[in-house]
Design a protein around this ligand. Structure first.
Ligand SMILES: NC(=O)c1ccc[n+]([C@@H]2O[C@H](COP(=O)([O-])OP(=O)(O)OC[C@H]3O[C@@H](n4cnc5c(N)ncnc54)[C@H](OP(=O)(O)O)[C@@H]3O)[C@@H](O)[C@H]2O)c1
Length: 315
């Protein structure tokens, strides 16, 4: 495993990190086995959130991390009624503080390494979060030693061009951002990563496989071609050659699509690529991507020509 610096936090984090969003309720034993496999392979940064699996993600992660104080944990407070794009903003400083206390209890820790405002999706709600006491409550947690570093994550379904992070990073108020970057949604490479470099903000990439389902996403060749079809249907890609070609992605060989997708992210100047999987076997497969220089310039260039113009998600 290789380690990269998480911006101004100075933390050295594994370049592949683990996204614990799914699996804790469905199969806690398998979830714990996957977390332990990740740690055995040198993964030292795990992302979770209060809302994942109704709190089970944090709770079972807390169990899995007993005796593993060396692993950095990032968790989040979501100031909306739900993760849906149009969900009502309901953030309050009191709820944020209570959420952080719950996270500490479930994770069985006395501090959170990174604490994020979760899924901030419009400039209007970003301004609200910064000015309604929520951000001040985060600072209070840091002052009390309950949180080490502060951050913010976006919601790419609602903000495909990363307006919120482009506003947030230059404020200097966040140490870490969690952003979407994958070979079907590349815009952050030009709009967010240079800003983060400039302000020495750590970058945790989420959805490297495009938050895939079995049907559509960067998890297999058929699912990736289905994702291309959905982008054509949404008007995000032209309805013309070469996009209907079944061999469209053949140039990625010999890498399987998921490995190529992780290699794409790791080839960028990001702190860590956070991939979610509920299976130790798929985790093993993902570890194959840790292989500099990750992806050659010819494949990177082709991916940019094909998909670099996409500005919206199409699930
Ligand atoms: N707004 C936010 O803050 C936000 C939004 C989204 C995600 N996140 C965080 O970022 C993390 C990563 O994003 P994500 O989990 O949504 O998306 P992702 O990592 O792009 O995709 C995860 C999906 O890919 C599958 N997968 C993983 N490795 C695979 C492989 N080698 N072959 C085939 N399928 C594979 C997983 O299925 P299996 O589980 O069946 O293996 C899972 O369905 C999350 O866990 C979460 O912690 C944050």
């Amino acid at each position: 495993m290789r380690y990269r610096q998480l911006g101004r936090t100075g933390l050295q984090v594994s370049e592949l990190s683990y996204g614990a969003a799914r699996g804790a309720t469905e199969d806690p034993a398998q979830f714990i086995a996957t977390v332990h496999a990740a740690i055995e392979h040198g993964i030292n940064f795990i992302d979770t959130a209060t809302g994942y699996d109704g709190g089970d993600s944090e709770r079972v992660l807390g169990e899995a991390l007993q005796g593993h104080d060396e692993v950095f944990v990032e968790t989040k407070y979501c100031p909306y009624e739900s993760y849906a794009v149009g969900a009502k903003y309901v953030g309050t400083p009191e709820a944020l503080l209570a959420s952080a206390e719950e996270s500490l209890r479930r994770l069985r820790r006395d501090h959170l390494d990174v604490f994020l405002g979760h899924g901030i999706r419009t400039l209007e709600s970003f301004e609200r979060f910064m000015n309604d006491g929520c951000y001040d409550a985060m600072v209070k947690l840091r002052d009390q030693g309950k949180v080490r570093f502060l951050g913010i994550s976006e919601l790419s379904e609602g903000d495909g061009t990363h307006q919120v992070l482009q506003r947030a990073v230059p404020t200097g108020t966040f140490d870490v951002v969690m952003l979407t970057l994958n070979f079907m949604l590349q815009t952050a490479a030009d709009s967010v990563l240079p800003l983060c470099r400039q302000h020495n903000v750590g970058t945790v990439v989420m959805m490297p496989l495009n938050q895939a389902s079995r049907q559509s996403g960067l998890v297999s060749l058929p699912a990736a071609l289905e994702l291309v079809r959905r982008h054509i249907a949404a008007g995000n890609l032209p309805d013309q050659p070469p996009y209907h070609d079944p061999d469209l992605l053949a140039f990625l060989e010999p890498y399987p699509v998921p490995e190529a997708a992780l290699r794409f992210v790791l080839a960028h100047d990001v702190s860590t690529c956070c991939a979610g999987t509920r299976s130790p076997e798929r985790l093993q497969a993902n570890l194959r991507a840790i292989d500099p220089p990750y992806l050659d310039s010819v494949r990177l260039q082709r991916l940019r020509e094909l998909f670099g113009g996409i500005q919206r998600q199409a699930f």
